[in-house]
Write a protein that binds this ligand. Structure first.
Ligand code: SF4
Length: 164
């Protein structure tokens, strides 16, 4: 099974390598998880007038582009901000590879009424290319990477799979 690397996979790479493995290998337990439901509700209720969910090659799914040249990603909290930043940088990288490089990124937190800007640097490109190689190795493993207890485990959709 060989799939393209999506923005969500890059996000999970930063959040938890085990979660990435589960997700890639189609072990999906997101439905009914309270955090996912909240995320969907925010998604449906916010920025109604903006263009939403721009899907490119089924690889990246940009929440919306509100103002010209700005790619927006909506998140409910900034607890895992590093992963969100990496996800948006991957979107910018992906677009740059397709010669769309006049775009900037923004992460919006509607519940916090905050947003942060994200840009892609030359160093980020090197970093992302290394991460993409690493992701390919992780998802090809026969078994999920070893369990490492994290703060986010309790709110993770895979909690039962890891801990029960
Ligand atoms: S429960 Fe924890 S270890 Fe298991 S997939 Fe989720 S974040 Fe990773």
């Amino acid at each position: 099974m060989k799939k393209e690397i999506t923005g969500v996979m890059v996000y999970y790479y930063e959040v938890c390598k085990r979660k990435l493995w589960y997700f890639y290998n189609e072990i999906q337990m997101e439905q009914g998880n309270e955090n996912v439901e909240i995320g969907k509700a925010i998604d449906e209720e916010t920025y109604k007038r903006d263009k939403k969910h721009i899907n490119i090659d089924n690889i990246i799914n940009i929440d919306f582009i509100r103002s010209k040249g700005i790619l927006h990603e909506v998140k409910k909290s900034n607890k895992i901000e590093e992963a969100s930043i990496l996800q948006v940088k991957y979107y910018l990288y992906f677009l740059k590879k397709r010669e769309v490089d006049n775009i900037k990124g923004k992460i919006d937190y509607p519940l916090l009424k905050q947003s942060i800007d994200v840009e892609l640097t030359d160093q980020d490109i090197i970093l992302i290319e290394g991460i993409l190689e690493d992701i390919k190795k992780i998802v090809a493993l026969k078994n999920p990477p070893p369990l490492e207890k994290k703060k986010i485990c309790k709110s993770c959709a895979y909690y039962d799979l890891c801990f029960i």
